[in-house]
Design a protein around this ligand. Structure first.
Ligand SMILES: Cc1ncc(COP(=O)(O)O)c(CN[C@H](C(=O)O)[C@H](C)O)c1O
Length: 339
């Protein structure tokens, strides 16, 4: 039975072209800055997003956390949208590594109100001083939803008026670029730092990049080393990362179409799906006893994640076959009947 893996776009495996590039990659010791393929990847990412430099790291958690360490002094607070990954799924790293706290602001569909962000900025001596404003685009737990550029700009203005830096968790940055039909430079503009993942929808096996001004690089490099993220002949991974950046974005529109088709199919099964939130490659659906449902579904050959007691997430990605969505819907219907 073919297993249809809809748990996440992190499950994407390297393409044959990536494996060939990995095998042939020119490498050196990246801790000495001598891996030519890593250097090429970092220069390519910086050029694509309009930043002065980029640093290659093993995960998006690390690129986010190094950014938080760069921006926050101990005891400072980061303002972020409710449901932010840096709060929900980066196991308390903010407190452990940056020594910071977090203040979540309401963000329907992952979109905070700029005035709510302004109101959340701490100025009183009795409060943890705000040190950073972070956004997430696309926003994972809101449904893979997109934050409009106008809202990003408005929040960047709020930050600027308060003398605060901004960070973008762009784990699915290119999904937002495709959904907004904009350019990477336009979407990244105005942020002090941007984290992007190569290992999700873009298809690389490993890796993320932190985009930043060049004056941050030395400190970011040190934090990466401190966290054990200094890699040696990482060109083997960076070679796949280069293809992820050059060829990956072209596949994302299909992922988004498949998610839409899945969402419409789930609605036909009378399941509760907010179609307005299905904007990229994710579909969240309300299903009672979600963990038990996901287990039943696994037995029928479809993998998904329960993201709460009654919430299931399905994520589409480039490794899926065209027939996988109709087949998955048939199996989901069976899993519902068994309940
Ligand atoms: C918005 C965002 N920012 C950062 C990360 C962290 O990336 P990695 O540390 O997994 O490379 C993720 C991973 N998200 C993973 C997934 O969606 O399956 C899990 C939840 O951690 C993310 O969704």
């Amino acid at each position: 039975m073919r297993i249809i893996d809809l748990r996440s776009d992190t499950v994407t495996r390297p393409t044959p072209a990536m494996r060939k590039a990995m095998a042939e990659a020119e490498v050196g010791d990246d801790v000495y800055g001598e891996d030519p393929t890593v250097n090429r990847l970092e220069a390519l990412a910086a050029e694509m997003l309009g930043f002065e430099t980029a640093l290659f790291m093993p995960s998006g958690t690390m690129t986010n956390q190094v950014a938080l360490m760069l921006h926050l002094k101990r005891g400072q607070e980061v303002i972020a949208p409710e449901g932010a990954h840096i709060y929900e799924y980066e196991p308390g790293s903010l407190a452990v590594l940056a020594g910071g706290t977090i203040r979540l602001v309401k963000a329907p569909y992952g979109i905070p109100d700029p005035e709510a962000v302004r109101a959340a900025i701490h100025t009183s001596v009795h409060q943890a001083p705000t040190g950073l404003i972070a956004l997430e685009n696309t926003h994972n737990t809101a449904g893979g939803t997109v934050v409009p550029i106008a809202v990003q700009r408005a929040i960047q203005r709020v930050a600027e008026e308060a003398g605060l830096p901004t960070h973008l968790d762009g784990a699915r940055f290119f999904n937002a670029v495709v959904a907004l039909q904009t350019t990477p430079v336009e979407l990244a503009k105005g942020f002090r730092t941007v984290s992007i993942c190569l290992s999700k929808g873009l298809g690389a096996p490993v890796g993320s990049l932190l985009l930043m001004p060049k004056e941050y690089r030395a400190e970011a490099w040190r934090y990466r080393k401190l966290l054990g993220g200094g890699m040696r002949q990482a060109g083997v991974l960076a070679a796949a990362g280069i293809l992820a950046l050059t060829e990956g974005p072209g596949h994302l529109a299909r992922d988004h179409q498949m998610a839409r088709a899945l969402a419409e199919g789930l609605l036909r099964l009378c399941l509760e799906v907010d179609l307005q939130a299905v904007q990229t490659n994710m579909v969240y659906v309300q299903i009672p006893q979600a963990p038990a449902f996901v287990q039943r579904l696994r037995g029928l050959g479809v993998l998904a994640n329960a993201m709460g007691p009654s919430r299931v997430r399905f994520v589409t990605h480039r490794d899926l076959h065209d027939e996988d969505i109709p087949l998955a819907l048939k199996r989901i219907e069976q899993a519902l009947q068994v309940a």
